[in-house]
Design a protein around this ligand. Structure first.
Ligand code: ZN
Length: 336
């Protein structure tokens, strides 16, 4: 069996003809296998969804209990047979519940990484390399210029800023699934024990993470009501990036805009967003993580799904590994 007979790129996403299922389809399909809960990978409306229990729970939180007609839980490391194709899920280190999906038939193993990172994250299980013939990788930060600094160092810069500007509210933009909880857990790990104020859009997911045993400490609603403005002087307030354009953000005293994203390495992006304190914290692999993962796995072939595909494809070819870009559309880096 050739790789393109086991998985092929279609407009809906990657499709497995013998198994008759899609992986992370961007449109509703009869059977979807979902790597993780970010909105660009996990969409509502498919008939059957197979994913980890945490990803299924996250989809239900975001889309409602009726996000699909039939759910099936994939236990990490367990093999499931779908129409003669062996499928298994393995930790991807991206966000809570995130998994790589391995697909095997007639001795050919292909691994769809989904989004992944290799550096430590206290809010999810670490990436586990899975031996395969074909590794299908993202390339959100697939350029040699992208080298993410140590996330602990970025968190310490945030804490230092709250001490340097004790009268200013530190408004931190962070995506609702994964990044917000990672920033909060990172603050706690660095010994920051003040209450952290969260925008209402983060509450359900923060509660879910805490229910899954991830310690986020004292979280309070970030609502400014009569006479309480002073409470927010020097405080850390976390909200989704979309909330920062709202009136909500302007109610805080002398706000200092921070943003936790891998893109904050690009100074122009930080300036365009009016970010005073860019925090380079990413849930994706940087260039070194992408290339080291491929070097570890030594696959026969690499397919690059989305992001900056060309540089990674070229790197693989120089290493003597066959590689091709898939140019999949609809994956928008929600979690950068
Ligand atoms: Zn993601």
């Amino acid at each position: 069996m050739r790789p393109s007979e086991l998985l092929c790129p279609m407009s809906e996403g990657l499709y497995c003809p013998p198994g008759d299922f899609h992986i992370d389809p961007v449109r509703p399909v009869p059977r979807a296998l979902v790597t993780h809960g970010h909105a660009d990978h996990a969409r509502p409306g498919s008939e059957k969804v197979l994913a980890t229990a945490d990803t299924l729970a996250i989809m239900a939180l975001r889309y409602g209990e009726d996000f699909c007609a039939e759910r099936q839980v994939a236990k990490l490391g367990e093999t499931i047979d779908i129409n003669g194709v062996r499928v298994s899920f393995h930790p991807a280190g991206h966000v809570l519940g995130s998994a790589q999906i391995a697909v095997e038939k007639d001795g050919l193993t292909m691994v769809v990484s989904g989004d992944y990172k290799r550096r430590p994250d206290p809010t999810c299980r670490p990436f586990e390399p899975v031996a395969c013939n074909v590794f299908i990788t993202e390339a959100t930060f697939g350029l040699p210029v992208f080298r993410h600094p140590d996330s602990g160092e970025e968190i310490r810069r945030l804490i230092a800023s709250t001490r340097q500007f004790p009268e200013r509210t530190h408004l931190v933009g962070a995506y609702a699934l994964g990044k917000a909880q990672r920033v909060i857990a990172g603050l706690r790990a660095e010994g920051y024990h003040e209450p952290i104020y969260i925008h209402g859009a983060l509450k359900k997911l923060c509660d879910f993470y805490q229910g899954r045993g991830i310690e986020l400490g004292n979280l309070q609603p970030a609502t400014v009501e009569g006479g309480k403005r002073g409470d927010f002087a020097g405080a850390v307030v976390i909200g989704p990036p979309s909330a920062f354009a709202d009136r909500w953000a302007r109610r805080f005293p002398d706000p200092l805009a921070a943003f936790a994203s891998g893109w904050m390495q690009v100074r122009q992006r930080a300036r365009q967003r009016g970010v005073e304190l860019p925090l380079v914290i990413s849930d994706h692999s940087d260039w070194d993580e992408l290339t080291e993962t491929i070097s570890d796995l030594k696959p026969d072939e690499v397919w690059v799904t989305h992001g900056r595909e060309e540089a990674l494809v070229r790197w693989c070819q120089l290493e003597g590994i066959a590689a091709r870009p898939l140019h999949l559309v609809g994956y928008e880096d929600e979690s950068d």
